[in-house]
Design a protein around this ligand. Structure first.
Ligand code: PRP
Ligand code: URA
Length: 209
């Protein structure tokens, strides 16, 4: 079973409260998601492997550390995942970005794939699948399955808010994938929305309805 991590940093929790608030308008919502994504990127990269290199300082040479191997791959699930990309890239600008387009059929709640474009070397990168919402888990499960089919070997899933149902689904289908979230909410409502959640993440990010 994959590990489950909760980002309990006070700044993340503080900003998440304002992200949830229905009074928060599109501009501020976007800015807050961007800021939280940067903080989450800092936390989720704690275990990146390092390698020692030699560096020449103005005084002498010494051994120092840099991140080993290829940089990360970010895989936002369209469309709401896009809102978390820039914050992440401001810390790790050389990460490659692939996109998985999925929407949830409002009747069946099943994910429908409509787009996929990935870096050519996903098998050599740690991929971070990003989506603000993990509700039934159908979208994240389908995205991870699509990535595995194309050769992905190492993945983490990063979400703002998760429902217990979504966590359970991803852990059952993909026990090799660790899940990182800022909050685990109570439940899903009859339309598959997370309660209390933040509403429709895509609509709030892009000002649609
Ligand atoms: C939302 C959200 C996730 C999905 C979560 O996307 O961004 O991708 O729902 O629900 P699930 O865990 O039950 O699959 P949505 O389908 O609303 O598409 P959008 O991002 O294009 O608005
Ligand atoms: N997708 C969203 O955007 N919000 C939810 O609460 C559930 C799925």
């Amino acid at each position: 079973m994959g590990n489950l991590y909760i980002f309990d940093h006070p700044l993340i929790q503080h900003k998440l409260t304002y992200i949830r608030d229905k009074q928060t308008g599109t501009k501020e919502f976007r800015e807050l998601v961007d800021e939280v994504s940067l903080l989450m990127a800092y936390e989720i990269t704690r275990d990146l492997p390092l390698q020692e290199v030699e560096v020449e300082t103005p005084v002498t040479t010494c051994k120092s550390k840099v991140i080993a191997g290829k940089k990360l791959g970010l895989i936002p699930i369209l469309r709401a995942g896009i809102g978390m990309v820039d914050g992440f890239l401001s810390l790790i600008p050389s990460a490659k970005v692939g996109h998985v387009g999925l929407y949830r059929d409002p009747e069946t709640l099943q994910p429908v794939e409509y787009y996929l474009k990935l870096p050519s070397d996903i098998q050599d990168r740690v991929l971070i699948v990003i989506d603000p919402m993990l509700a039934t888990g159908g979208s994240a499960e389908a995205a991870i399955t699509a990535l595995k089919k194309r050769g992905a070997r190492q993945m983490k899933l990063m979400c703002l808010i998760a429902a217990p149902e979504g966590i359970e689904k991803v852990r059952a289908e993909h026990p090799d994938v660790d899940i990182y979230v800022a909050a685990i909410d109570q439940q899903l409502d009859e339309h598959g929305y997370i309660v209390p959640g933040l509403g429709d993440a895509g609509d709030r990010l892009f000002g649609t309805k």
